[in-house]
Design a protein around this ligand. Structure first.
Ligand code: FMN
Ligand code: SF4
Length: 495
């Protein structure tokens, strides 16, 4: 019997009352509305009283950044990338938060086919913007209220710039648990302070490219264990970029002031993993060949107090701590950053908190908790942050896709009660790009299109294939990669 059967599946909850009963049995504070509200009175259809690059954001849902591992070897676009961005435009979301992670330099790529935001790729990036805007205009007539940004990244610990299967990590500090997982064996892999000056210039160059091709903002990505997120937890790093909160956020302050000093007036955003936990692994006692057990925390007894994560209780790293996230939001306000997109953890070392799923990716583990617990954890964190942060900062919430049929009901409640300014959709956008637009227009959903969190869009790239919704999107289902993926999963029958 699959581990999953320990948990009630969302499609088995036939009514909103069933869903509510299940939430209550789990002891979660995860409210929802009784039905989907249609038309102009939908809370999700309300424009925000908030301007980015002189544009008023036209509704309350956003497309989250999602890379596809499908650019050219030089970081340019392909037909697959264009198609994804067209579908982002068709989604009806009035905020496209980042599109997908774009490397600020070639050696900072997480895979050899990640987009690179460089002068050489300017015309490609302009095409992405154009196809997205055109697709949106064709369906929804107006793009005056559509805001689009690019996500800037360096993949740090997870760099694989030249070979899909070869890590070439560069880290902020040595990590007592993650180093052995990600092939960090030498202090030479740690960024020196002087190298950081070049990195800052890379961000400035990337922001200029974004401005030149007409992006409304850039997201200086601080999440999911990638480089700038890692700096936030560089408690053990000596020198100006480690130790105190001021030092651990110095890179962000330096990047922002360097962008402004260059004369670039592009608006700024940050995607933040606001909390974290220790890395997880499949329980060895319950794992069989090809079948990982449920997730359990890595042994951290040798590294207490745990000074190796941002937003973790140092004395008990199985608990989140939001105090520094509050401080970080204050810093963002001071720096003139307009939007913070809240996410959590990392898809590499604790995916159950980052993207709650019923089915794990191939390098993951069976869910250690009902995935709704993970959804509620992120929603409650954003709620707390929203309650304290100034209104001049727009906050987006993440990790809604697992809600499936009940996503609109929960999302309506969230924005109506200001628990978040916008809800961001990731995997659901790959499976069913216009899910919320459909809900608002018709009050119903095409249930056969709903993302069921099969994780194939993550398992594909973890095995060297392009990402995409193989189970539900015919474009991917008919690709040769779909067959390969089936074979990979046959070898790992739990997936
Ligand atoms: C295939 C895939 C690619 C992703 N790529 C990125 C990325 O480039 N940048 C980023 O910040 N998050 C990325 N994410 C995380 C999503 O933006 C989102 O936070 C996550 O999927 C949880 O939201 P959901 O429940 O709506 O899917 C990716 C997720 C998936 C499934
Ligand atoms: S492959 Fe499709 S159904 Fe599975 S998690 Fe990704 S988007 Fe959802």
């Amino acid at each position: 019997m699959s581990e999953l059967s320990r948990f009630v599946r969302i499609p088995s909850l036939k009514t909103i009352d069933d869903f509510r009963r299940h939430i209550s049995a789990l002891g979660l504070d995860l409210p929802c509305e009784d039905s989907i509200v249609t038309g102009a009175s939908s809370p999700l259809a309300q424009p925000l009283d908030f301007f980015v690059n002189h544009k008023r954001i036209g509704n309350r849902f956003a497309v989250q950044p999602m890379e596809g591992w499908d650019g050219t070897a030089t970081g340019g676009i392909t037909d697959e990338v264009l198609r994804r961005w067209r579908r982002f435009g068709e989604s009806g979301a009035k905020l496209i938060f980042g599109g997908e992670a774009m490397a600020v330099r070639p050696d900072g790529r997480a895979n050899p086919n990640q987009l690179i935001i460089s002068d050489a790729n300017k015309s490609d990036l302009a095409k992405l913007r154009e196809i997205l805007l055109n697709a949106h205009r064709e369906r929804y007539a107006n793009t005056e209220d559509l805001v689009l940004g690019f996500q800037l990244t360096h993949s740090g610990r997870f760099c694989k710039p030249n070979d899909k299967f070869r890590l070439e990590p560069r880290v902020a500090y040595r990590h007592p648990i993650l180093d052995r997982r990600f092939n960090i064996t030498s202090d030479a892999q740690v960024w020196t302070d002087s190298e950081i000056n070049y990195l800052i210039e890379d961000y400035v160059r990337a922001a200029k490219v974004a401005w030149d091709v007409g992006a409304d903002f850039v997201d200086i990505k601080h999440c999911h264990g990638y480089l700038l997120h890692e700096f936030l937890s560089a408690f053990s790093r000596p020198g100006p970029y480690g130790g105190s909160f001021e030092n651990r956020t110095r890179i962000l302050r330096d990047i922002v002031s360097a962008i402004r000093a260059s004369g670039n007036q592009i608006e700024l955003a940050v995607r933040l993993s606001a909390f974290d936990l220790v890395p997880f692994k499949p329980d060895p006692a319950l794992s069989n060949p090809g079948k990982p057990g449920p997730g359990v925390p890595e042994d951290f007894s040798h590294c207490l107090p745990y000074r190796y994560g941002f937003g973790v209780n140092h004395n008990n790293p199985l608990e989140c701590a939001l105090s520094e996230a509050f401080q970080f939001l204050d810093l963002c306000v001071g720096l003139g950053i307009k939007i913070v997109n809240i996410t959590a953890g990392s898809p590499y070392y604790n995916p159950h908190i980052q993207r709650p799923a019923a089915y794990p990716p191939s390098d993951g583990y069976q869910p250690p908790e009902d995935p709704l617990v993970g959804v509620a954890r992120q929603i409650q964190a954003v709620r707390q942050l929203r309650a304290k942060a100034p209104k001049s900062l727009l906050l987006i919430g993440s990790a809604y896709s697992y809600l499936q049929e009940y996503l609109p009901h929960v999302a309506q409640y969230i924005v109506r009660h200001n628990w978040a300014d916008l809800v961001g959709l990731g995997r659901m956008t790959l499976a069913y790009p216009n899910m919320l637009a459909d809900a608002i227009a018709t009050g119903a959903l095409s249930t056969r299109l709903l993302c069921r969190t099969f994780s194939d869009c993550t398992t594909g790239p973890r095995n060297g294939l392009v990402s995409g919704c193989y189970p539900l999107d015919p474009f991917y289902a008919t690709k040769p990669e779909a067959q390969l993926l089936k074979e990979i999963k046959r070898r790992k029958p739990s997936l």
